[in-house]
Ligand binder design. Structure first.
Ligand code: CP
Length: 306
């Protein structure tokens, strides 16, 4: 019998396992039709206790394109969570219905609790401000596909580096590759957490923290923009003061390398002006497409389907 595996954190997979996953995603991209029946008879449950467009629909599309079926809830207020059911009990129930589950939850660690009680693979589809591993897989595959390798570049992460779980997941994952330099661009209130800079210092990985995007723009190979996470603020006044701190526009892009790529996990609010969307360096909608391929590859891998 195959060992039950979950995806809670991008570091759950070794660098070699991630390479295999990205190779499989690449094969799927080249010839999606030959994967159309790999999951015939399988069911994916999506249990989303927080709003989502991309992650939930990307998982559902991934399973449908593999020939499987989906069920689940997109609004926990319509589930028995509203009556007080625990995540631990819910996953035991879902395990009776589905073969694999993608779960998003506002509480950090909730998908991990579910995984400990589950008899099917559980994928963390985002837990509070903590981790968003499948967004990270998406980001890594996008970088690898556009740049040709995962290493030897300078990446600027800009915006809400305090609450942005995609940022925390991505820095963790990139810390395993060689030749990467991080530039953290944020107002001081939204600085990257200390545990992350401590991890980078411990591993001798170069990083700097700045406030002005324009000052570092010419150095960047990738610019990873993020929105200010309104839902994680305790105080609306602070959100309003900080929400438009960075707006990437043509003027700022004029300072960037001609081959720099702009990434964004999306949704975008105001932080990238729509005038940038037609710039060939804007890669954030391509990123969504890579997210589908990598989620297809992840479902196959966790279900141990060759
Ligand atoms: N990137 C991302 O997680 O988007 P959604 O919140 O729409 O799923």
């Amino acid at each position: 019998m195959n060992k039950l595996r979950h995806m809670m954190n991008p570091l759950d997979f070794s660098v070699e396992e991630l390479e295999e996953l990205f190779d499989l995603a690449g094969e799927i991209e080249k010839d999606m039709d030959s994967y159309a029946h790999k999951c015939d008879g399988k069911i994916l449950a999506t249990c989303f206790y927080e709003p989502s467009t991309r992650t939930r629909l990307s998982f559902e599309t991934a399973m449908l394109r593999l020939g499987g079926k989906t069920l689940g809830f997109a609004d926990a207020s319509n589930s028995s969570a509203a009556k007080g059911e625990s995540v631990a009990d819910t996953i035991r129930v879902i395990s009776c219905f589905a073969d694999i589950c993608a779960m998003r939850h506002p509480k950090e660690g909730a998908p991990m609790v579910a995984a400990t009680k589950s008899s099917i693979p559980v994928i963390n589809a985002g837990d509070g401000g903590h981790q968003h591993p499948t967004q990270t897989l998406t980001d890594l595959l996008t970088i690898r596909s556009l740049y040709g390798k995962l290493g030897d570049f300078t990446i600027g992460l800009c915006g809400d580096l305090k609450f942005g779980r995609t940022v925390h997941s991505l820095i963790n994952a990139l810390s395993r590759y060689e030749g990467i330099r991080f530039i953290f661009i944020s107002p001081k209130e939204l600085r990257v957490p200390d545990y992350i800079t401590e991890m980078l210092t411990q591993k001798n990985i170069p990083y700097e923290e700045v406030i002005k995007l324009e000052d570092v723009m010419p150095q960047l190979d990738f610019l990873y923009m993020t929105r200010v996470q309104k839902e994680r603020f305790f105080n609306e006044e602070d959100y309003i003061r900080l929400k438009d701190f960075y707006i990437l526009n043509k003027e700022k892009m004029a300072k960037a390398k001609v081959n720099m790529y702009i990434l964004h996990p999306l949704p975008r609010v105001n932080e990238i002006s729509v005038e940038i969307d037609d710039d060939p360096r804007a890669a954030y909608f391509k990123q969504v497409q890579y997210g589908l391929y990598v989620r297809m590859a992840l479902i196959l891998t966790l279900l141990n389907i060759k």
